[in-house]
Design a protein around this ligand. Sequence first.
Ligand SMILES: Cc1cc2nc3c(=O)[nH]c(=O)nc-3n(C[C@H](O)[C@H](O)[C@H](O)COP(=O)(O)OP(=O)(O)OC[C@H]3O[C@@H](n4cnc5c(N)ncnc54)[C@H](O)[C@@H]3O)c2cc1C
Length: 376
Amino acid sequence: MSAAHYDVLVIGAGSAGMSAGYYLARRGARVLLIDAFDPPHREGSHHGETRLIRHAYKKGSVYIPLALRADELWRELERLAGTTLLVRSGVINIADPVHYSFRGRPDDARAFGVTVEMLDAAEMRRRWPGLKLPDHFIGMYEPEAGYLFSERAIAVCRRLAEAAGAKLVTNTPVLRVTADGAGVAAETAGGVFRAEKALISAGAWFERLAPFAGFPLRPLRIPVGWFQAASGDYRAGEFPGFTLHTAEGGYYGFPDLGGLKIGKHDGGRDWRPGEPLHPFGHYETDESSLRQVVEKYMPQAAGRLLQASVCKYEFTPDEDFVIDRHPLHANVLLIGGLSGHGFKFASVLGEIAADLLLDGKTRFDLGAFALERFAR
Ligand SMILES: Cc1cc2nc3c(=O)[nH]c(=O)nc-3n(C[C@H](O)[C@H](O)[C@H](O)COP(=O)(O)OP(=O)(O)OC[C@H]3O[C@@H](n4cnc5c(N)ncnc54)[C@H](O)[C@@H]3O)c2cc1C
């Protein structure tokens, strides 16, 4: 169909793809972004208004440099767009030490200049009176962490990408990708799009593009709820973002911005492309698994369920990302498997995609994200 010639096709213009579209176009590449929906949208992994951005990561040497650069780029995108994308609310990571350890993380964080404070339960309860925590719980507070407005961030990248000359085709699933000496071709119901290079950033749908873009990936349906708070203790501006590791599992959440939002990191159900995605409430545990921890640890926020949603995770076996060239086609880059913690990195993933596709190199060590690890 398209007679236009592009330098780069971006297949999947969600969190990573839309950002890549911007960084590629800003560097002068002729870019065509193709998405199955109209991003930002509610079908993939990026909706529900907010995403935590933390820097004091496990596997610190792998993730902290990326998180710090991502943070810088979000600030720059905010300035360019004239809108708020990142709120530095602080993030308190709360753990029952019987079930979870922060071992190594404070030292790693400090080695990269990231501020963390270790707090006992009494101090956490003093700072945030909305928390009801047993005395043996421990906390790692990241005062410079916070949250991003995820859909707004994608809308900003889309606007900036188009202003820089990128073209976007929406509501057009790519059915097949092929590559040969002449470049890359993306087949859609409306025709074939071609370019010299491609980024495939298909989120939960990589399986649809296999075997060309196949790697081990487990998509999951993740329920999220917003609970009405009866007290002002959870208000945005006063209460931080949080993660919670307890006997009930791993959770994360956000201060009250129209309800205290909470999700369960390890609580998803398998979903595969083509299957229906059951709405929130289809399973009784959608709400009960969230409400039980709000009632126990943030009891004044366990009011009415104000809003709810289901979203998609896509886990690799080790929960590390895939950022690598296609094993047979060096002109094709794959970014995916963001494993339920990738949004905060979307800005830097876009920059990395542009660097790899246009210069053939990046300053980041991406060894942990190589496809080769799945063959071992
Ligand atoms: C409930 C929930 C909470 C989360 N919380 C956090 C958090 O606090 N912090 C954090 O950092 N991360 C968090 N994440 C994870 C983060 O949101 C994801 O890792 C990230 O959004 C994934 O980005 P992506 O670009 O891979 O996928 P998406 O943003 O889903 O983009 C993939 C795009 O590819 C398109 N696509 C797929 N197949 C095709 C095709 N064949 N043809 C054309 N287009 C196609 C899709 O339409 C979609 O737009 C959370 C995720 C969920 C679900």
